[in-house]
Design a protein around this ligand. Structure first.
Ligand code: PMP
Length: 309
């Protein structure tokens, strides 16, 4: 269940949590015409800081551009709104969910004049997505019987609501079969990503991860981990990967705003060589969480302070 707070941002204004409602004939409710983000704010020793908020908001703007949906706000303005919303709710750490969608006005799938665009932003407390235990010990996952979207169906590079029907099928199937999460292959059978996270394999000291063309969302955490790994002198290769890398890897881990950096300890009941969080996974977890605990220098200016209220 969601932990309620006081305010939600709507089209430039803070409104009360319970007033953030939509009509049943909202376009996005029927056709998945929404674009969204997931962002985290961490309670650092220097006060609450958003992690790569501007990059997330730029991706939101880009997702809208892919669909030809015009937002009245640029990444700059949305970043400020995000940090202000966290401040207005006196949150020291939070998960933020901005969502832009086609609202009420027409029920045709693609009317020439689109329904009005609504933007909401909610900030609320939220812990580890795959559990604290998953984050320390690793999770058991499976390859899904469902593939990710093909490149010429709907673009996985846009973070659009409709894409998450694929994630829903992949994740539900996995959980009903007793796994923590499901992994999708692309329509060519190559490794793609988890239902809501990017995936990395470690083999012989190198880190391997599928490229943008393998029907993935190019995660902001993925990018951060690649940069942190390279800063450690670890080689990172973005390349098309066969399914069997999952069975032969020394280590596997997921990245994403929700899962942060979560080790995978088995795939399809086959344990990784490490059988839990391996050395490279633990090193990168340390560097990643170190950003928020003041141990890892923020060389890339990823942290943005929440204004004081
Ligand atoms: N892939 C999918 C399908 C996702 O939903 C997410 C979560 N946004 C990710 C990857 C990871 O992206 P990020 O690191 O930007 O949260």
């Amino acid at each position: 269940s969601i932990q309620e707070v006081e305010h939600i941002w709507h089209n430039g204004q803070l409104i009360r949590w319970q007033d953030a409602k939509v009509h049943v004939l909202t376009h996005a409710l029927h056709y998945g015409t929404s674009l969204f983000e997931g962002i985290r704010v961490y309670d650092t020793p220097d006060g609450p800081k958003g992690f790569r908020v501007h990059d997330h908001m730029q991706r939101l703007v880009d997702s809208a551009k892919i669909y030809g949906i015009e937002l009245d706000y640029d990444a700059e303005a949305l970043t400020k709104a995000c940090l202000d919303t966290v401040a207005a709710n006196n949150l020291r750490s939070a998960y933020i969910r901005p969502v832009a969608f086609l609202g009420y006005g027409s029920i045709g799938v693609a009317p020439l004049t689109l329904p009005p665009v609504e933007i909401y932003m909610a900030a609320f407390p939220w812990g580890a997505y795959l559990g604290d235990e998953g984050r320390t010990k690793g999770v058991d996952v499976c390859v899904s019987s469902w593939n990710r979207l093909a490149p010429n169906t709907a673009p996985t590079g846009a973070k659009a609501g409709g894409n998450y029907l694929s994630s829903f099928l992949i994740s539900r199937e996995a959980k009903l079969n007793g796994f923590a999460e499901g992994i999708g292959l692309d329509t060519e059978g190559r490794l793609s990503e988890g239902a809501g996270e990017n995936i990395f394999a470690v083999k012989d000291g190198r880190i391997l991860t599928p490229p943008a063309a393998s029907s993935i969302l190019q995660g902001i955490t993925r990018d951060s981990i690649i940069k942190l790994a390279k800063a450690e002198g670890i080689e990172v290769v973005e390349q098309a990967l066969p399914r069997e890398i999952l069975y032969l890897a020394d280590e596997i881990f997921f990245t994403g705003t929700a899962v942060e950096l979560t080790p995978v300890r088995s795939v399809d009941r086959k344990p990784t060589r490490a059988g839990g969080p391996g050395e490279i996974t633990k090193c990168l977890q340390d560097r990643f969480f170190g950003l928020f605990e003041g141990r890892t220098p923020d060389r890339w200016n990823w942290l943005e302070p929440v204004p004081a209220t």
